[in-house]
Design a protein around this ligand. Structure first.
Ligand code: FES
Length: 254
């Protein structure tokens, strides 16, 4: 079931030069939102004709608040990052299929770039279900890291930076946790650049692990109508917006 509601901006926290966290207040009780689901957000820019698909970054049911982690990549997202307290935002949500609960307590959540967005709420959801999340976060450089403290409130956080300015130097796959013969996790949850997720999917296959990936394909309608987001799977073409964005990596023809 999806809803269309207006939310009020109650906080706008800049994280880095291009990332902002918006806290949005609902006036109604929030529906159940699964980690990995997303919202189609109406951007307040005259040339932003299409809604922007954005991962749900966090949910507080008691306060009736949703957080979005927004990266400025164009006029639409830039207009969202400039919203001020008291402004209104219209969203259609929750959309898509989210991450599944694992059949093991040994999980690793791996995010790169803007792909860290859904992993915070996933970590909260896992913890609520008795599973301690561990995060592995990869970025280009230290100044691109966002909200490490929020992730640390939920579990262990490991970091890689390409330039070595923080954590382990290199890519997520270079981190020691990924380089042991016997991984100490059974499930990988990931979101981020496709190249990173393809490597993790291959790693999972080689080590007989489950790997759930959240695809960041281009989207327009977000409801399965325009077919601009299809991805190739073992069952043919599937819409990322309605059949995903989360898929088991074994299901994808990568
Ligand atoms: Fe239109 Fe998926 S975004 S079908």
């Amino acid at each position: 079931m999806k809803y269309q509601h207006d939310f009020t901006v109650v906080d706008n926290e800049r994280q880095t030069h291009d990332f902002v966290v918006l806290t949005l207040q609902a006036s109604q009780i929030l529906p159940e939102i699964l980690p990995g689901q997303f919202a189609e957000v109406l951007a307040p820019h005259p040339q932003a004709y299409l809604r922007r698909p954005l991962s749900i970054h966090d949910v507080d049911y008691e306060k009736k608040q949703i957080k979005l982690l927004i990266q400025e990549v164009g006029k639409g997202t830039e207009s969202l990052t400039k919203l001020e307290i008291g402004n209104r935002v219209n969203m259609i949500y929750p959309l898509g299929k989210g991450y599944d609960l694992p059949d093991s307590k040994r999980v690793l959540l791996v995010g790169g770039g803007c792909g860290v967005a859904p992993l915070l709420y996933l970590g909260r959801y896992l913890k609520k279900n008795g599973i301690m999340p561990r995060f592995l976060i990869g970025t280009r450089t230290k100044s691109a890291l966002v909200r490490l403290d929020a992730y640390r409130e939920l579990g262990d956080v490991m970091v890689t930076t390409e330039d070595g300015s923080y954590g382990t130097k290199g890519f997520v796959i270079n981190h020691p946790v990924m380089r042991t013969q016997q991984p100490d996790f059974d499930w990988i949850y990931t979101c981020g650049p496709e190249a990173m997720m393809r490597i993790l999917a291959k790693y999972a296959t080689n080590h007989q692990l489950t790997c759930q990936v959240s695809l960041e394909n281009h989207m327009a309608c977000g409801i399965g109508a325009c077919l601009c987001c299809v991805t190739n799977t073992r069952d043919g073409h599937k819409c990322t917006c309605t059949d995903g964005p989360v898929f088991d990596s074994k299901y994808l023809l990568w």
